[in-house]
Design a protein around this ligand. Structure first.
Ligand code: HEM
Length: 211
C-alpha cells in the first residue's frame, strides 16, 4: 500500500477540492469578462495584463482541480495509466501557472514585498513540481509522493492568500485604504505558501521520526 497514506487523506483531499471550487467561483470567475470595469476586484491592476492573467487562470484552474485527483490516484495506486496521463496535464498546468506567475510578479505595480512573495511562490511551485518529476523518472515513489504534495500545497496557496487577506481585514490589521490593502496583500504573498509548506513538512516528517 502507498507509503504514509492515512485515514485523513480523503478528508484533506475533499477539503482541498471544496476550497478550490469556492475560491475558483469567488476569485477566478470575475476575470471571465471582456469588460474593463468588471474585470476582477481591482480592474486597474489587471486589465492591461488581461491576456497573461487569462493564461494564468487557465493553468491555475487545471493544476488546482487535477491535483487532488492525482494525489488520490497515486495514494490508492488506482488507474495508474490515467494517473500518468493526468500527471502530464498537471505538469503543463503548473508550467503555465508558474510561467505566467513569474511574469505577473515582475510586472505588478503593488510593491517589492508583494512582488517578491509571489515570485517566491512561483519559484517554490516550479522547484517542488520539478523535483516530483525527477523523482518519478528515477522511480523513487516515496520522494515523488512527497514532492507532489508540496507542489499542490503551493498551488493552493492562492486560496490561503485570500483567507489571510480576508482574515486580516476582518481583524482590522494593517490599516485602512490602499496602503492597508497593499500591506495585507504583501504579508499574504509570503505567508500563504511559506507557512503551509512548513506545516506540510512537519506532517510528512513526523511519522518517520515516530515510527
Ligand atoms: C504557483 C502558484 C501560483 C502563483 C505563483 C501565482 C501567482 C500570481 C501572481 C503573480 C498574480 C498577479 C498579482 C498581481 O499582479 O498583483 C496572481 C493573480 C491571480 N491568480 Fe495566481 N498564482 C498561482 C496559483 C493560482 C491558481 C491555482 C489560481 C486558480 C485559478 C490562480 C488565480 C489567480 C487569480 C484569480 C489572480 C487575480 C488576483 C485576485 O483577484 O486575487 N493563481 N497569481
Amino acid at each position: 500500500m502507498a507509503q504514509g497514506r492515512s485515514k485523513a487523506t480523503p478528508v484533506l483531499l475533499s477539503a482541498a477540492m471544496l476550497a478550490a471550487i469556492v475560491f475558483w467561483f469567488g476569485a477566478a470567475v470575475p476575470y471571465f469578462t471582456t469588460h474593463r470595469e468588471s474585470f476582477g476586484r481591482v480592474p486597474e491592476l489587471f486589465w492591461e495584463r488581461r491576456v497573461p492573467q487569462w493564461i494564468h487562470i487557465a493553468g491555475g484552474t487545471a493544476a488546482m482541480f487535477l491535483g487532488p485527483v492525482q494525489i488520490w490516484l497515486g495514494e490508492t495506486r488506482r488507474r495508474l495509466a490515467l494517473h500518468r496521463t493526468l500527471g502530464f496535464a498537471y505538469l503543463g498546468g503548473v508550467a503555465v501557472t508558474c510561467g505566467s506567475g513569474f511574469y505577473m510578479s515582475l510586472t505588478t505595480p503593488v510593491g517589492f514585498v508583494y512582488a517578491s512573495g509571489l515570485f517566491g511562490m512561483a519559484l517554490a511551485c516550479a522547484v517542488c513540481t520539478l523535483m516530483a518529476y525527477v523523482a518519478i523518472v528515477r522511480r523513487n515513489f516515496a520522494q515523488h509522493r512527497e514532492w507532489m504534495i508540496r507542489s499542490y500545497v503551493v498551488i493552493v496557496a492562492f486560496v490561503f492568500f485570500r483567507l489571510i487577506v480576508v482574515g486580516l481585514e476582518a481583524a482590522a490589521v494593517g490599516g485602512s485604504g490602499p496602503q492597508g490593502d497593499a500591506m495585507r496583500a504583501s504579508l499574504a504573498a509570503w505567508a500563504s505558501w511559506a507557512f503551509p509548506l512548513l506545516a506540510t513538512e512537519v506532517a510528512l516528517q513526523m511519522p518517520k521520526l515516530c515510527r
